[in-house]
Design a protein around this ligand. Structure first.
Ligand SMILES: [Zn+2]
Length: 164
């Protein structure tokens, strides 16, 4: 079993453990770069990829289901944020704090970037696509780890709640 991240007819298939690592390293980078409301909504989407909550093999998302923005400018900015965060994650940002070696993460991040880069964000996503709304952003920041979390659904960031 695994999880699928899709977009524009392309797919990135990750094993359950590969998904966990991919989301962890991306969350560390997103927490570093998140600046406006949309960024926190994307962070909330990442918190929804927690298989301990959602079920093993029950996560993944499609780029087509993301509400990238109302205008072409907003959409370009949102996509740019995802690409910047992916690149920062691939650089090894805070990997030393994970408590494990993120095997294959660099390859998975490069493949995710290759999915996002050619993708043309549309203005009207699937309303049932599950992308967190403007009021649902992960705006809580764990004081201990400086990682975003989606309070009140989660008690802390992923580094707080996951047993190691
Ligand atoms: Zn924490």
């Amino acid at each position: 079993m695994g999880n699928v991240f899709g977009g524009g007819g392309r797919r990135l298939y990750l094993s359950n453990s590969g998904t966990e690592v991919f989301v962890d390293v991306l969350m560390l980078a997103v927490s570093e770069l998140a600046d406006d409301g949309w960024d926190h909504r994307f962070a909330a989407l990442l918190t929804l990829q927690d298989q301990n909550v959602m079920g093993r093999g029950a996560v993944g998302f499609d780029l087509q289901a993301i509400a990238w923005g109302a205008t072409a400018r907003d959409r370009a900015r949102s996509k740019g944020f995802v690409l910047r965060a992916t690149a920062l994650a691939a650089s090894g940002h805070r990997w030393g704090e994970l408590g494990y070696r993120p095997a294959f993460a660099e390859d998975h991040l490069h493949r995710f970037a290759a999915l996002v880069e050619p993708f043309e964000p549309a203005g009207d996503p699937d309303p049932d696509g599950g992308f967190p709304g403007p009021d649902e952003g992960a705006s809580a920041c764990c004081a201990r780890h400086r990682v975003l979390s989606a309070l009140p659904h989660w008690e802390g960031c992923f580094l707080c709640v996951r047993p190691r």
